[in-house]
Design a protein around this ligand. Structure first.
Ligand SMILES: Cc1ncc(COP(=O)(O)O)c(C=O)c1O
Length: 372
């Protein structure tokens, strides 16, 4: 027996199982040409402006990060103020090493002494993982028709609920909660619990009924936070940058959970430049919507069931063959998809909407596997 006193909470933390890396599949299957549509990455490459700015600041790599974090938050405030006729300042924003880092800070700040979090299942696994990591109770409320069951989530909130995660649109189902639904929800959640709207896929939404959660922060509803990421919208998943928007009081408290120098100036400069890259974002959205339609048609032709999506990924349900078999056969054909067993959906897979070439590869491989 060891006499070391390690944090027992960590033994209750399920590991985060990400999509298989391309290199691993290359090594395991002896293949070179791999299509990875497993991790909801932006298929159309990074924002060119972001890349140029990143390169431009690389010669300063020997310095610790400086003013860039503040510059990014100032720019975000300006941008949100223009879009929402609001009066945010840099003190309403906090950046993180990806939203995964912001979510960790949230759990550290709110869950620390056995608090509870409430969220939908299936949803992004880190809400549950971080809650447990910090010794809290994770309360998962089953979905209704692949969407959040908001009345059931309200019922699950109690005096010890600290965080309510609303992934909108939801990963992995791709569904969204409308403006009216959000309105009712926000007005009913007790102000002892922070409602966290995770909007990682915000820029890919087409539905005009999408909620405007920023308005609640602007209205100074004291328990609303909005999360956005540069990973998906600007194709910067590997640079790690995301941010929270909420009241200055919450940001002040939350930022004490921030690791010093948690993002680099290079990454922050890339983020600042990305915000000016509207041309890129327009291009990505256009391509994405065309490819979504292409995949919908292809999936229908294969008689496959899917959940219509407001994101850059599609959930395929009720697969006619065992998912383990499909996954293995797809890997053999060099296509990495995401089995949803880890999300509690053993008969489902999730695929990212890729480039035309990737989508064709996927559909051809799937046709082949289902024919066997
Ligand atoms: C809903 C949701 N939130 C947050 C993240 C993590 O985002 P980031 O890359 O900014 O850490 C993801 C990543 O897939 C996600 O799906």
């Amino acid at each position: 027996m060891s006499n070391l006193r390690m944090n027992p909470n960590l033994l209750n933390v399920p590991p985060y199982i990400g999509g298989k890396p391309i290199e691993e599949v290359q090594d395991e299957y002896g293949l070179r040409d791999i299509v990875k549509i497993a991790s909801n990455e932006n298929a159309f490459g990074p924002s060119p402006r972001a890349l140029a700015s990143f390169h431009h600041s690389l010669p300063h790599a020997h310095r610790y990060p400086g003013i860039a974090d503040r510059r990014l938050r100032q720019k975000l405030a300006k941008r949100f103020n223009a879009q929402h006729s609001a009066n945010f300042t840099e003190a309403n924003f906090m950046t993180g090493n990806g939203l995964t880092d912001v979510l960790r800070m949230l759990a550290l700040t709110f869950i620390y002494d056995g608090g509870e979090s409430v969220f939908c299942t299936p949803t992004f696994p880190l809400y549950s993982i971080y809650t447990r990591m910090f010794g809290g109770k994770a309360v998962a409320v089953p979905h209704k028709n692949y969407s959040h069951d908001l009345p059931a989530m309200l019922d699950a909130i109690n005096d010890n609920t600290r965080l309510v995660f609303v992934c909108n649109p939801n990963n992995p189902t791709g569904t969204l909660i409308t403006r009216d639904q959000v309105e009712t929800f926000v007005r009913h959640v007790p102000q002892t619990a922070l409602i966290v709207f995770d909007e990682a896929y915000f820029d890919f939404v087409q539905d005009g009924n999408y909620s405007n959660s920023v308005e609640y922060v602007q209205e100074q509803v004291p328990n609303v936070m909005v999360l956005r990421s540069f990973s998906k919208s600007y194709g910067l998943a590997n640079l790690r940058l995301g941010y929270a928007l909420t009241s200055t009081a919450i940001i002040d408290h939350l930022s004490r959970a921030q690791i010093a120098f948690n993002t680099s100036d290079q990454v922050l400069h890339a983020g600042i430049a990305a915000l000016d890259d509207d041309e890129y974002l327009d291009y990505v959205r256009k391509q994405l919507f065309v490819e979504k339609k292409f995949l919908y048609d292809g999936l229908a032709a294969l008689d496959l069931t899917y959940v219509p999506t407001e994101t850059n990924f599609i959930l395929l349900t009720h697969l006619p063959r065992e998912v383990k078999h499909i996954n293995e056969e797809m890997l053999r054909r060099g296509v990495i998809i995401r089995p949803m067993g880890g999300f509690g959906m053993p008969d489902a897979i999730r695929i990212t909407i890729g480039t035309r070439e990737e989508n064709e590869r996927f559909l051809n491989a799937m046709r082949d596997v289902l024919k066997q």
